[in-house]
Design a protein around this ligand. Structure first.
Ligand SMILES: [Zn+2]
Length: 548
């Protein structure tokens, strides 16, 4: 008891001094235990970026310089891991001005002005989502209003349907659009009575401008990455697996890790490009760079495309396109040599495969090289969306990890039956069958394709319903996972898929102090309330980096 009083005295003393020391003590909350429950009367001590104590306050050893944080009944979980995301692409998507739902020109003018304040002179302002049918004046807008707000910034705003753009004079000057520019075939430049372009370009005329928009500079990329990191921290994400990181982004991540600005741990997958991975084969994997903020030990490859564009490779033709079985993006022999080289150099291979045949080819390749190079390779299939039921147990039996994104299921489910027919749907997003056969499933979002909120992913995995609760009872509900499994998808299973299960994904002594505090008990609340659950605090490396 004396001990406890002493500790509490020290704690309150330190709090009153408001020391922003490296040690924090989380009290007054409920602490997630890996067995799938929240512990009461449990405190968590984080020192120098690691969890050093989890247990009752009475048994806390004496500590100095600790900042006490009262969680006021919040629920502490391991920081969320998004196992498949495109960090820079997500950052770029945040840079695009969202004009969906705007009701007037003046509303858009305000948004554009705000965007300019965050840009340097001459940088393109890109936006999307305007619809003149929602305005009181329903004719096409003109460059004039944009010219008044931003004479020195090229502006490019896409209409809601993607079939028209609205630009200003700066954008037209930079792309040499004049009165004399002819309308291209299949496109139209809207003009005034003197024949001058007014700033709206339709269909094939869009490319006259869009072809000239430069890809982001290194500095813009840096800003986009930092913006993405901040947004991800806010929704409780403390680690990501970046599904195909280009060399420039890797350089930026290293610099940000060095300077301490990377408040997210990144497990980067190299692209399937020898120029990128051969130098790493020589040096070996880079593990835990910058105080465990960057790891490079895997390569991302592709076998096929996606279902939406009928590019996923299927055993039988598409139900709504009987001549088409999809398209192989890589020759199986290419993947053969990649997997062989990667395994022999200690690198993981993560292959994008969506269709049942695409998945089968990958399983066959992995089976062959897992036999040839015994060891802990943990190959992954990214997406694993449509599986031949006979292939499901092969994942666990070879140790191939299906890395899946629950929100893809809930986005795709309205049109999947027409695309695939009913029979193949029993192997679609077959999470529960995979888990029951012994697999783990690291969960991801594939942002910017889907929203990165891990609570949306958890909700989708548990319910297989959209946010309005449809279809009632869930789409093929036998594949719904339990709440504990859904939490594991975004915590410990993500850690395992990156060889990090001994440092991440659990609230345990010795683990990295990456934590998230929620306002509700997601093990017990009605499922729809998971969507409105708030992230109160996000902690990375023992530092509070987001607080509501
Ligand atoms: Zn992806």
């Amino acid at each position: 008891m004396i001990n406890r009083i002493l500790v509490l005295t020290i704690v309150s003393l330190m709090t009153s001094l408001n020391l922003s020391g490296k040690n924090i003590l989380l009290t007054g909350g409920f602490v997630y235990h890996e067995d799938g429950k929240f512990l009461t009367d449990t405190i968590v001590l984080c020192q120098d970026g690691k969890i050093t104590y989890v247990g009752p306050s009475e048994d806390l050893p004496p500590v100095n310089h600790v900042q006490k944080i009262n969680l006021n009944g919040g629920y502490v979980l391991p920081g969320f891991i998004d196992s498949h995301i495109h960090l820079q692409g997500y950052g770029r998507s945040l840079d695009i001005l969202n004009l969906v739902g705007t009701k007037s020109l003046s509303e858009i003018a305000i948004l554009v002005s705000d965007a300019i304040n965050q840009k340097e002179k001459g940088e393109w302002i890109i936006g999307r989502g305007w619809d003149q049918n929602d305005w009181s004046e329903t004719s096409f807008p003109t460059k004039d209003i944009l010219d008044r707000i931003a004479p020195d910034y090229p502006i490019y705003l896409t209409r809601i349907d993607g079939h028209a753009i609205w630009v200003n004079s700066s954008a037209m000057n930079l792309t040499n659009i004049t009165l004399k520019t002819p309308d291209p075939e299949g496109g139209k430049i809207i003009r005034n009575k003197y024949g001058e372009p007014t700033g709206v370009f339709v269909d094939n005329a869009i490319a006259l401008i869009s072809d000239h928009i430069p890809s982001p500079s290194k500095n813009q990329k840096r800003k986009q990455i930092l913006h993405a990191v901040k947004k991800l921290n806010k929704i409780g994400i403390t680690s990501i697996h970046d599904a195909g990181t280009d060399s420039e982004t890797l350089d930026l991540l290293k610099t940000l890790a060095d300077s301490g600005d990377l408040t997210l741990r990144v497990y980067a997958m190299l692209q399937d490009d020898p120029d990128q991975y051969l130098p790493y084969f020589e040096t070996g994997p880079l593990i835990g760079y910058g105080n465990n903020h960057l790891t490079i030990r895997s390569i991302k490859a592709y076998i096929d495309g996606a279902l939406g564009s009928r590019g996923a490779v299927l055993k039988e033709p598409y139900a709504d396109d009987p001549e088409n079985r999809g398209l192989l993006l890589s020759h199986p022999e290419h993947l053969d040599s990649l997997v062989s080289a990667a395994f022999s150099h200690g690198f993981q291979v993560n292959i994008h495969a969506i269709g049942d045949r695409g998945n089968q080819i990958c399983l066959d390749i992995f089976e062959k090289y897992l036999e040839k190079y015994p060891g802990d390779h943990r190959p992954r299939i990214e997406h694993a969306q449509i599986l031949d039921p006979l292939d499901i147990p092969r994942f666990a039996s070879f140790g191939v990890i299906p890395s899946m994104q629950p929100t893809h299921c809930t986005s795709d489910m309205p049109w999947l039956e027409s695309r695939l027919g009913k029979d193949r749907l029993s192997g679609a997003y077959a999470w529960k069958s995979l888990i029951d056969s012994g697999s783990i499933i690291p969960g991801g979002s594939d942002a910017p394709v889907e929203n990165p909120n891990p609570l949306w992913g958890i909700y989708a995995a548990i319910t297989r319903m959209d946010h309005t609760g449809h279809p009632e009872g869930g789409w093929f509900p036998k594949e719904c996972v339990s709440r504990i499994e859904a939490i594991r998808m975004f915590t410990e299973w993500g850690a395992y898929a990156a060889f990090e299960e001994t440092i991440k994904g659990k609230i345990k002594e010795g683990y990295l102090a990456d934590l998230v505090v929620l306002d509700k008990n997601i093990l017990e609340i009605p499922t729809e309330e998971i969507l409105s659950t708030k992230v109160l605090i996000t902690i990375v490396n023992g530092r509070v980096i987001h607080k509501k």
